[in-house]
Design a protein around this ligand. Structure first.
Ligand SMILES: Nc1ncnc2c1ncn2[C@@H]1O[C@H](COP(=O)(O)OP(=O)(O)OP(=O)(O)O)[C@@H](O)[C@H]1O
Ligand SMILES: [Mg+2]
Length: 250
């Protein structure tokens, strides 16, 4: 019955800074169902971004596995992992990460350019532009296509970043504090958009430290001590059951 699209199994990650080791993830496990809007909460510095980067193939775990549609992301070739990162996953960052020298339309088209060969880009760019303009419509910014990011408000930049994350129709949207840098109204607009895309079938995993933002999700889980705990009445969920033994190592 369940349709698991993404699974993390006992993910460990330690950063080394000089002689100091920061053990960030210590057996974090989770599952996301296709079509789900899953939110991961956790205190600042608890490792939310680290976990999200690993889920999206942007960073590599020291131990543990990430499975997307049943395939182990880090056991695949570098090329397959690049394809996962560029085609299956869309990423929204807290600070937008738009390219300042490109206009809105060009920013949105960037993932298309990166993930296609020169030839398929040349033959498909007309269609790609139509798709980008359609996404701009959906985020309410069609008339701003020719503007540079520095001519937009924070909320508008984040809407552009959302459109960019969705241009390759990713199966999975990962959002790292997408409202963290916005005032309440603009943050609410972004959440409304995320909910709309989710209702249309988009699977979303979002991290946030904001309880009000988290309340919009189907399901909430929390990152504590480098492992996942269920938010519902404190009982462990199926998804985090294998995080328990690794806790004993800490
Ligand atoms: N590249 C890195 N090198 C060294 N330490 C790092 C690196 N990236 C993250 N850390 C450390 O790992 C810990 C977790 O960082 P992370 O950014 O994942 O936390 P977070 O939960 O996203 O925090 P925030 O809510 O503030 O965004 C922090 O102590 C941070 O200093
Ligand atoms: Mg973070």
């Amino acid at each position: 019955m369940s349709n698991v699209i993404l699974k993390a199994r006992s993910v460990h990650k330690t950063y080394t800074m000089g002689k100091a080791e920061v053990r960030v993830l210590r057996g974090a496990s989770l599952e996301a169902q296709a079509g789900e809007f899953l939110v991961v909460t956790g205190a600042s510095g608890s490792g939310k971004s680290t976990l999200l980067h690993i889920l999206g193939g942007l960073d590599i775990p020291d131990q543990g596995a990430v499975e997307f549609e049943g395939h182990d992301v880090f056991a695949q070739s570098q090329m397959a992992r690049n394809t996962y990162r560029n085609r299956q996953v869309g990423f929204v960052f807290q600070f937008y990460h738009l390219l300042p020298e490109l206009n809105v339309l060009e920013n949105i088209l960037m993932p298309k350019l990166v993930s296609h060969s020169a030839l398929s880009w040349l033959t498909g760019r007309g269609q790609a532009k139509l798709e980008a303009m359609d996404l701009l419509d959906r985020v309410g910014l069609r008339e701003r296509a020719g503007h540079r990011p520095n001519e937009l408000s924070g909320g508008e930049r984040q809407r552009v970043a959302l459109a960019r994350a969705l241009i390759n129709r990713p199966a999975l949207l990962l959002a790292d504090e997408p409202t963290g840098n916005l005032d309440e109204k603009k943050g609410a607009d972004i959440l409304d958009l995320l909910s709309e895309f989710n209702e249309a079938g988009q699977t979303i995993v979002m991290v946030t430290h904001d309880a009000r933002v988290a309340a919009r999700a189907h399901r909430r889980i929390e990152l504590v001590g480098g492992a996942i705990q269920s938010k519902r009445d404190g009982s462990p969920s199926v998804a985090d059951s294998d995080s328990q033994p690794t806790h004993a190592l800490s």
